[in-house]
Design a protein around this ligand. Sequence first.
Ligand SMILES: Nc1ncnc2c1ncn2[C@@H]1O[C@H](COP(=O)(O)OP(=O)(O)OP(=O)(O)O)[C@@H](O)[C@H]1O
Ligand SMILES: [Mg+2]
Length: 743
Amino acid sequence: MKVADLQIPEELKEVTLRSCIAELYPPQEEAVLAGVLDGKNLVLASPTASGKTLIAELAGLKHVLERNGKVIYLSPLRALASEKYDEFKKYCSLRKKDGKRVTVGISTGDYDQADPWLQRNDIIVTTNEKADSLLRHRAKWMEEITLVVADEIHLLNEAERGPTLEVVLARLMQVSPETQILALSATINNVDEIAAWLKAQYVITEWRPVTLKEGVLLNDEIQYKDGDARKIDKKTRYPAINLVLNTIKNGGQALVFASTRKNAASAAKQIAEHTSEIISKPIKRTLEHEAEHILNAGERTRISENLADLVKCGTAFHHAGLAGAHRKLIEDLFRQGKIKVLTATPTLAFGVNLPARTVVIQDYRRYEAGYGYYPIAVLEYKQMAGRAGRPKYDKVGEAILIAKTADEADYLMDSYILAKPERIWSRLAVEKIIRGHVLATVASDFAKTENGVYEFFAKTFYAHQYDIKAIRSLIAKILQYLNKEEMLIINGENILATKFGKRVSELYIDPASAVVIRDALQTQPPDLTDFSLLHLIAHTPDMGAPMRPYSNELDQIAAAMEEHRQELFTQPPSEWEDHFAYEEFLAEIKTATVLKNWIEEATEETLIERFHVQPGDLYKTIENAKWLLHATDELAALFKCKAILPLTSELLERVSKGIKKELLPIVKLEGVGRVRGRIIYNAGYKTIEDIKHASIEDLTNLPLIGPRVAKRIKEQVGGFVKKEDWENLNKGEEWKQRALTEY
Ligand SMILES: Nc1ncnc2c1ncn2[C@@H]1O[C@H](COP(=O)(O)OP(=O)(O)OP(=O)(O)O)[C@@H](O)[C@H]1O
Ligand SMILES: [Mg+2]
């Protein structure tokens, strides 16, 4: 089927043709025949790299151009959301019926916002969580949505995040029953069941534009699924490294999936020892330059130094422990072909388009504390394998599992390569997961009676799979809990959310976290300090992944707990009566201590060394702390806790920036973060007024302040600048200049 023959506006065809797509792939053709461009609901289940996004793009643009419709694109990950946003932007040159150009927006952060500015956009890309929070705020424009695209629908199966996706879809179906739904996935077994839930047609195909050869490597030989076999040169004693080197030698790039961050980093180190010899001199020179970029993006730490060293050898690692800026740089370098080998945890397993001719799956097992090793799901294997051989980059791809024995090789062939992915199950019926959704159902007026609540949950995938009766008693129990905690008022058959309940739902926090915060606000420790609040938020279930002390830190953290005892809202449990709770408590104390060190301006390197946290985890904790301090601030306002209010808002700013109180006024300047702020302050410029009186020369004489930053600062503070100073600035020594990012 040719693009030229499709029933879509001519100018849409032109944009598609300009991106070198003239003919539809067979799965795309089937989707069109199933009526996706005529407004029919569809579940499109076709292999990785088979072009599912294009179907979403064409259907979406048809809505916008022909029907004045609005599209929401739900993505499970922020990285994927931004890739899709970039893809949709190519349509912004098109004009709608009213003559205005098509607009695309993205919103993935800040859960306590209705983001009314999104209203202006025709296509809106969000994460599932952001969509859920927008629904809780009853963002008006959501009622105007005419097409919902749910990418990677198999996420329904994920314990933590699946329920949000199913609630979002159920709510969108409730808000506008006429909305078209398009669900995309490569790897689902029970497509028919998901389609029945969504009242959709479905298309299942096995077609892939680029052949993906799946196989198992044992010693120096790969055995492929199709019976083929091939030998790999034995350059080292590690088969996986030999395979990677073989790919590079033949002009390809390789992506190696490791089971842990540590394994990803150590595999990269081992591989880099060999790649450095293979890459050409000109690429090496570019990589030296890129390594400098990595060191200059954010604070210098041992991790960034390690990463920069590896990048010089054409290899890098990628995992959630890396700073966001580093992750993005590494992804871009791999896309540009400068980095030849990338080792990663499964953070890169879903949806992304990367130039990996070979994907190596080093380990098919995962470790979970308290659970031990378990083999990964077939679904996860298929997703990782599917990153190889993407049409934009390669003509063929291979995905290889590594076996240590012949027995294991047989097992891997049978259990992964030849296996069908598992069934998708709803994970909704877990109290901790569902209680926020029950509250939101009432607080955002999706239901006004107990029966109304059951009716809403009857629309979920869970009810479709199991029957609503299976969670009725759980929902009833949660309603009682929310009533007892004064978030809901149950009056006969009618249910109403209190102000507290409404605010909790909008703040997007777990009702159990809200109870912890509210109860604390009504008491007060003998000494109310920053640490009191930092521990309070660390004590809520929403802080997530507690920072467990390593055994050699236990004494130090226990000592910190004693030192701060008078400041705590909650007293520690007894070590002897409930050892588990005691250890949890120590983890909270560690989290609070790390945050405290952060606002005392400890460098990232110090935090990594002192507490063994990685930058990515540190940023995640800081993000969570900001969100929970915002919630505490809002609840303190609601309950009129005048003693706490000034503390929370100040602490929120300090945690956002990682600074002592004295830097608060000057970090308000754009381009001035914790590092530059400290330099400026220590040079004697303690207020905006002081900086106003500083000359440009005074500022550029400071470390890390180049002419551009100095100019930017002066523009913001005002004050007199001599004409020749401005002129000199333009000629200024650029070598002192670092990126104008916050620093
Ligand atoms: N008809 C086509 N002709 C040529 N290239 C195409 C066509 N359709 C899509 N592509 C290209 O194929 C690549 C893969 O597409 P896409 O990312 O949509 O795959 P996908 O099916 O969503 O895979 P995954 O399941 O891994 O997310 C993209 O680079 C896209 O530009
Ligand atoms: Mg995709």
